[in-house]
Design a protein around this ligand. Sequence first.
Ligand code: FAD
Length: 479
Amino acid sequence: MEVEESMLERDIMVIGGGPGGYVAAIRVAQLDGKVALIEKEELGGTCLNWGCIPTKALLRGVEILDLIEGGKDYGVLAGPVTVDFAKLLARKDRAVKTLVGGVSGLMKSNGIEVIKGAARLVSPQKIEVVNAKGEKEIYQARKVILASGSVSAEIPIPGAKLPGVIDSYGALALQQIPQSMVIVGAGPIGLEFGTVYAALGAKVTVLEMLPQVLPTEDPEIAAALEKTLRRFKIQTFTGARVQNITEGTEGKLEVTAAVGGEEKVFPTQYVLMAVGRKPNVEGLGLKEAGIEFSEKGIEVNDRMETNVPGVYAIGDVTGKWLLAHYASAQGEVAAKNSLGHEMQMDERVVPRCVYTLPEVASVGLTEERAKDEGYGVKVGRFPFAANGKATILGERNGMVKIVADAKYGEILGVHILGPHATDLIGEAVVGMRLEGTTSDIGHAIHPHPTLTEAMMEAAFDVEGTAVHIPPRLSSVRRP
Ligand SMILES: Cc1cc2nc3c(=O)[nH]c(=O)nc-3n(C[C@H](O)[C@H](O)[C@H](O)COP(=O)(O)OP(=O)(O)OC[C@H]3O[C@@H](n4cnc5c(N)ncnc54)[C@H](O)[C@@H]3O)c2cc1C
């Protein structure tokens, strides 16, 4: 195949059109850089096409179902409620299409050239692109930003390749509501799909090897979430090591796991492997270009520079926080530095969200981690059961927990389980970024009746002065 060498040199070429890559490209364009973005599949990457957006569109469907079913408590009576799964899928696809179209429009309006094809570094400044027809072209760039994302991780257990064993892509491709699903891994992806399919009527069992669901989150929040998942009859087993998957009877699979020293067998229609993601470094030409990487991802410093001058890496492929907003933030840092501006990544304040019903959101350190890091720690909590708006909504499960530095009251971490937790965490993000204290949050007048009052009250509770809980429920024991 003839290789054509493109004469046109771009300032910056971005490989990958996910929330890391497309945001980086827009930032470069805003700074008057000449930029091209190479994408082998769809603009928007995993986030828009196979991740954040489609899963949340499905979750919105089950949230509406839940609301309708809860209507009777409010005297709103509906007839028998059924789910047209095909319509729910179509609604999800429409949301994806709208947002992918939006990114495409942004590329055009910012004058960003989009090149369709799979990119490979031939050298640090030369990129070979193979399009869908197999045609190759070589592009030159002064600087390159790698944003190739991640792919589903696998665990090497017997039976992992059997039909019916799926990953998150497979879970989004199901055309019918499954009867049953065993989910291996109780991280955000596993629990979100678990919520969707359990709420739609599947028998869902979650097996987690570590001692708690959401293993990296605050144990108190994780334990409370585990309880609330029972609302959808989701069965969770922690400390469960999956050993193998075999074909069982009646077309079912059987998952064998060691649970607390006992061997248990779980028959199921589908097995969803939700055991994490790994950086997508295959076929990128990293070795040829001399770029250092490990199985954790491409190594970068806080300016998003790799070891090779002029080559930057951002997003999931760097293997840090595998989150869309983190990828975008890294994208901005890479864009600015690549054009000679100076910016460093602020790693301290990265929010993490889980869109279960109710939601989980957190930012900063857990109580344990703060203690391990040598902080004197004070904690405040406020239950949604004592919040007016949560009571109005009929969503009284969960709490806001604030971890603060005992000396100055600086907020070190905020952990929320409850309604709209993923929206509420924004206040904590801004507060922490401004190095705010519990006094700053507590004394900021919050509107009533809103869920945000729970944040204010949790901040007061750090000093034992929350108004709407009796002293015996305060985190601060008074003498
Ligand atoms: C089921 C699921 C749910 C998720 N939910 C959330 C959520 O709610 N919130 C959140 O913050 N995060 C969520 N994530 C994670 C989020 O999707 C990722 O963190 C985010 O997409 C990473 O962005 P990125 O730009 O680094 O990579 P990606 O979005 O993966 O984009 C990489 C792009 O690069 C392209 N590409 C790869 N190699 C090449 C090549 N050689 N040439 C050309 N193009 C290439 C790919 O086709 C892809 O489009 C979820 C992930 C999954 C799987």
